[in-house]
Design a binder for this molecule. Structure first.
Ligand code: PEP
Length: 251
């Protein structure tokens, strides 16, 4: 399966800037997108339209959403449904990003509902997991990953197609801090995630993409992508500028 190179634009960019950055990214990668890589751009909701227009018809590029509410419609003021995201051109969505867990108070059960409902709605889901620094120091890495993966996949169908699900390992202490997990730390965590996916999903778990996220930059992306079980990256800060993200995609 292709490596998934995902740009999470978080709460940055107005519509015009987002469309321009997406167009610049397409231009920067014209004729240079490696055949084994897929690019995913995840803008804020208001910029899905302009970003989607810039990516439309471009082979190897997809549009994603940062969040949704796990219901098809209803009285959920301020929320957005998977069907609305599909209608806006999204094929992917995130669930369980650390900023939603730790700033917005999203718990494991809600993350599991989102992954299950998103998959049933036809979205491909990226389940984000990762430990806080105090959890790592307390030797709880494996327990945290197990809890987040078990809860995150609790409502996922057992017969899932591997391309419909990815897991992003993002140590909380490495997100937006400039600190990147070292190669041994990445290899250890990704091997743990892989074994938990195989335990939960059998052979399919061996083919589910595991992305690394946490201060990925053009200068470290190549090394990270060379580590066993690293099947792509989820990039925040360094994805905001087209040239920098294009350098990561081709690293
Ligand atoms: C992220 O948003 O998932 C992320 C990893 O951010 P950054 O690359 O800025 O650390």
């Amino acid at each position: 399966m292709k490596k998934l190179m995902a740009a999470n634009w978080k709460m940055y960019k107005l519509r015009g800037e987002a469309g321009q950055t997406a167009a610049d990214l397409v231009a920067a990668l014209a004729g240079k997108l490696p055949a084994d890589r897929e690019v995913l751009v995840i803008p804020p909701f208001t910029a899905l339209g302009t970003t989607g227009e810039a990516l439309a018809g471009q082979a190897g590029f997809a549009l994603g959403a940062q969040n949704f509410y796990p219901s098809s419609q209803g009285a959920f003021t301020g929320e957005i449904a998977p069907e609305m995201l599909l209608d806006a051109g999204c094929s992917y969505a995130l669930a369980g990003h650390s900023e939603r867990r730790h700033i917005l108070g999203e718990d494991d059960a809600m993350v599991g509902r989102k992954v299950g409902f998103g998959l049933k709605s036809g979205l491909s889901m990226i389940l984000c997991v990762g430990e806080k620094v105090e959890e790592r120091k307390a030797g709880e890495l494996e327990a945290v990953l197990r809890r987040q993966i078990e809860a995150g996949l609790a409502e996922a169908p057992a017969d899932i197609a591997p391309e419909k699900l990815a897991v992003a390992y993002e140590p909380v202490w490495a997100i937006g801090t400039g600190l990147t997990a070292g190669p041994e730390e990445v290899a250890e965590a990704h091997a743990l995630v892989r074994s938990m996916l195989v335990e939960r999903l059998g052979a399919v778990g061996g083919n589910i993409r595991i992305l690394y996220g946490g201060s990925v930059k053009p200068g470290n992306a190549g090394q990270l992508l060379g580590i066993d079980n690293v099947d792509g990256v989820l990039v925040g800060g360094a994805s905001l500028e087209a040239g920098s993200f294009a350098a990561i995609v081709t690293a």
